[in-house]
Design a protein around this ligand. Structure first.
Ligand code: URA
Length: 203
């Protein structure tokens, strides 16, 4: 994979479309999904949101944030006054990493090494989109963007992420996994408040 990334860097794509063609043509760096799920949204979007990796639904449909976590995110975006169509949405890892269990495909968290293999792509795509603010949804995105481990629940809020003005908030999948409905509602309110603040910061 390191060689594949170096080879891509040498090809120096000159547009987001060229970069996406390269991503599509490169095999996954994680065990599991074979379909690259590319970023979505306009070049020049003021706000970019970065998730962890596509899930089962995203892998099937080939679009980011269309599964259960995506639906929760869309609800939070609506409450924060944000419109999906005007944002750039992408993931730190471009393939669904999973382990097969019978008919099911179980999500596996990407390792720090796997995240690193995908960083060149993420960095290159954000270089084309040039958002005013990049929101990391959860720890994997924060790691991919900054190269550092960020404790999301205690370090939410604005912070530089690599060379971007950034903002760290909760991942919607984390909220879906919380067993306590009260904690889940509080977490959702925190996500909405963060997205509203990010919207204001991005102008
Ligand atoms: N769907 C995505 O596209 N990304 C995530 O991080 C979670 C669900």
């Amino acid at each position: 994979p390191a060689k594949a990334v170096a080879a891509m860097a040498r090809q120096a794509p000159s547009s987001l479309a060229e970069l996406n063609a390269l991503i599509r043509a490169t095999p996954a760096f994680v065990p599991g999904g074979t379909n690259a799920v590319l970023g979505e949204g306009p070049v020049g979007a003021a706000l970019a949101l970065v998730g962890e990796q596509p899930g089962d639904r995203e892998d099937i449909e080939g679009r980011p944030f269309v599964g259960p976590a995506g639906q929760l995110l869309m609800k939070a975006l609506a409450q924060a006054g944000l419109d999906r169509e005007r944002l750039y949405l992408t993931n730190a890892v471009k393939h669904f990493k999973f382990a097969p269990r019978g008919k099911r495909r179980l999500h596996q968290t990407p390792t720090a090494g796997e995240v690193k293999h995908y960083r060149w792509w993420l960095d290159a795509e954000l270089g084309f989109v040039r958002p005013r603010l990049v929101v990391a949804l959860g720890a994997t995105a924060a790691l991919a963007l900054s190269g550092e481990a960020v404790a999301v629940t205690t370090q939410r809020g604005p912070r530089p992420l690599g060379r971007h003005p950034g903002f760290v908030t909760l991942h919607p999948s984390y909220l879906l996994r919380l067993p306590d409905p009260v904690a889940q509602a509080q977490g959702f309110a925190a996500l909405v408040a963060d997205l509203r603040q990010a919207r204001e910061l991005a102008g």
